[in-house]
Design a protein around this ligand. Structure first.
Ligand SMILES: [Zn+2]
Length: 195
């Protein structure tokens, strides 16, 4: 694991940043400018004073057929997408739980790398916590680093949910399973070669 130590923090930071961007994209909505009409005492086209002119008559100055109607466009802005924001806030405890599960999986995942090299499970566990995990650290970035294939697959799942395809639930489960398998592969396959 030491060879990937340099740049690991940056990778974890990047993944965390990507996730934040995903969620921000999903809970915000760009509102285009809205236009509505309002009554105006002066001609909307040429500003001619329409005092005394009955509704429905064209402007005597410029001939505008609807001089009393002024179309106002209110500016575009970025707003919260209410229903989605609520949904994602509700999902927040789920993400926290997922993170807890991931941090609990750190130790056995790293221990796997020693185990496939022929060490006993107890020795592997001791080595994992004493050497590898002590270097990586028990932080958010450490969790993201150790299980980064899973994190990447969860990011893909965020996009799938965002697309709101009909099979999003099935695809999300498949992505999660692939992430778990990729984590196991990450911590075993490179080390089998050493044994
Ligand atoms: Zn006019």
């Amino acid at each position: 694991m030491c060879r990937r130590q340099s740049g690991g923090e940056e990778l974890a930071g990047l993944v965390a940043l990507l996730y934040l961007v995903c969620v921000a994209m999903m809970v915000t909505r760009w509102r285009p400018p809205r236009s509505y009409s309002t009554y105006t005492p002066n001609c909307a086209g040429c500003n001619y004073d329409l005092d005394g002119l009955a509704d429905g008559l064209p402007c005597p100055e410029c001939g505008s057929p609807t001089p009393h109607v002024k179309v106002v466009r209110s500016g575009s802005h970025l707003g919260w997408h209410g229903p989605r924001l609520v949904k994602w806030l509700m999902l927040l405890p789920l993400w926290a739980m997922l993170l807890l599960v991931l941090s609990a999986c750190q130790q056995p995942l790293v221990a796997l790398s020693y185990w496939v090299q022929g060490y006993g499970w107890q020795t592997s566990n001791r080595a994992a916590s004493g050497r590898e995990l002590a270097d990586i650290g028990c932080s958010l970035s450490g969790v993201l680093l150790v299980s980064f294939p899973f994190t990447v697959s969860m990011l893909a799942a965020v996009f799938v949910v965002h697309l709101r395809t009909r099979r999003w639930a099935r695809v999300t489960v498949i992505l999660m399973a692939c992430g778990v398998l990729a984590c196991v592969a990450l911590w075993t396959i490179p080390y089998i070669c050493y044994s």
